[in-house]
Design a protein around this ligand. Sequence first.
Ligand code: ADP
Ligand code: MG
Length: 721
Amino acid sequence: MSNCARMAATKKVAALKAEMPCAPEGVKEIGYAEDVFTRETMREYLSKDTWKKLMQTIDNGQPLDPSIAGEVAHAMRHWAMDRGATHYTHWFLPLTGSTAEKHDSFLELKDGEPVMAFSGKNLIVGEPDASSFPSGGIRSTFEARGYTAWDPTSPAFIKRHGNGATLCIPTAFCAYTGEALDKKTPLLRSMQALSAATKRLMHCFGKGDEKVTITLGPEQEYFLIDKAFYLQRPDLVMTGRTLFGAPSAKHQQLEDHYFGTIKMRILNFMNEVEKELWRLGIPAKTRHNEVAPAQFELAPMFEELNLSCDHNMLVMEVLRQVADRNGLVCLLHEKPFAGINGSGKHNNWSVAYGGVNLLNPGSDPHQNAIFLTTLCAVIEAVDKHADLIRASVATAGNDHRLGANEAPPAVMSIYLGDQLADVISQLEKGAPKSSKHAGTMKIGVDTLPSLPKDATDRNRTSPFAFTGNKFEFRAPGSSASCSAPNVVLNTVVAEAMNRIAGELEKAGVVGKAKPGEHTASFHNALQKILQDIVKSHKRIIFNGDGYKADWLAEAAKRGLPNTPTTPEALKAYTRKENVAVFEKAGVFSARELESRYEIAMEDYTAKVLIEANCALDMVKTMVLPAVRQEYREAISAYNETDASNVKCAIDVLHDEVVRLASGLTATTDSVARLEDAVRNADPEAAIVEMSTLRKEVDALERQVADEKWPLPKYREMLFVY
Ligand code: ADP
Ligand code: MG
């Protein structure tokens, strides 16, 4: 029966492909940001005064004037209803890792008469019963209610579905006490910390007050497989990854998928995704086939960090939904298939001041000095807090990816490229008096050699690479929210910037020259600070191949932390000195941090045990019955041959019975051990045993007749779509 289902699935895919339109649709209005309550739309729907006040809140982070909330809510409802919306929801990012929404209709009864209404109060706060969201113990000691608070810096948008639409209002989610229960609140706090630190540092450089913009461009990797196969794989349905599956003969050895011609069915899917994203004001830009078969990437243009994080959550949602509509399933798990590449989310991050990117090497000595200072701040921050940066991407799924020779290792290091590494080493050697001609860099006097973008971005094996005008953190997992890594990055870079600014202020060299100019003493002091940073933290810089085993030995010699598993990595959140960093920056209280640690640990254990239970279920009810059937047939063949006069190949038949019997025994033994691990709720033992069980099952997959095997195979899932 299962065999029939598999054959049917293959036929179905073929039929689907035949039906697909293959001619382009023609250029249509793309309707960019049509479903977003943008500045321009607000201007249309709001009075001039209210619009101006709201813009001030959005642009300068000024508190919202409560007197305008009513008018904004009214305008928002009108705009949403003009687009067919009947409901609204506070859209938030709880600690489950996905998004949450509870819809209310605009409908109200006034003296028994139905009216559509939406008040300022309903816009600004919501009080969802939040007792079932993870809080890591924060909420239970107070009350069950959670509060959602409007985040006016991320615009409201409309989500459409078959026969209606809902107004979505991005919000932060807190407990009664104000403690954060979501991923947005700490992100906003960390942005505030980095903004303040950047301003302080820029003031040292004689700059006036400007707006700090932290930017993010998250590249999203994903897999697509046909839904017919997916539905026959309980592991994919339950856990998002295949717990079994022998490698197909061809997988990614030829590397012919990367940047290959995109299949028509996939291209149609991508177009549909992008049109939907554009309507939501999400600037999807790049699409291509990735290295593994059936793996793809979508990259948007970078945006302001908070918005970009919200947008990435929507990107994942749209990918899943459009896939579903197209008879496909989008797998966002970090490692859906063993033996081929997993999926990550490259986190391209930078900071701009007054619209000027601080990580852009400038062409004049002054801009260079700012660039090198920012660069050194990042170097110091990443070296000092490599453990936190690693912890920020630690999940059960990502453990399968980091260090698996196709993704950066679990050891954090920074790639600068040869030219920039050379500049940094000149900086280290340079005495304040010497100049570049002696092979050293003089801050404030010398300009940097021009750094062609190409030269900085050839190394794909580094977890944290400088790529011309931004840092690309490559360790985040494909399914994770962008929040955690950026919360950590902002916080630790803010700490380093504050320290540098503090040193400059202490040296008494700040504010001694006209804006834009600097005294020699300023530059000498800065040079000394940056030299010290390079001396103390250069161990984090590594320009070699991060996939090589000898790097791990070298990293150990340098004293860089290496924590390949989530439970080890997460310990970073419990270290006293780290807690102090977050507290000082006002990003997390000790209690908030502790709650996050607990939630992350619980999530890890739960996910591993779900996998173990799923594996047991599949082996006992699908794999073993198929193997037993094969075994019975092998015995019959042996017995029949033995009873005949010919007895040809009797030894071969005997060996086959023995092979199947030993596979059957080993699998059954492994099942018993895995059951023990589950009974003891021991994730570590479960992981070890699941890997043993997988080896046995994958070996059996190669012995049992294809028609009897109950699960779609890698060669089908990864190539038939
Ligand atoms: P590559 O594909 O080689 O990694 P791209 O130049 O295509 O590099 O950029 C990848 C991502 O980095 C894109 O999302 C892009 O918008 C983003 N990006 C570019 N500049 C910045 C920046 N200043 N800050 C944040 N992200 C950026
Ligand atoms: Mg990139």
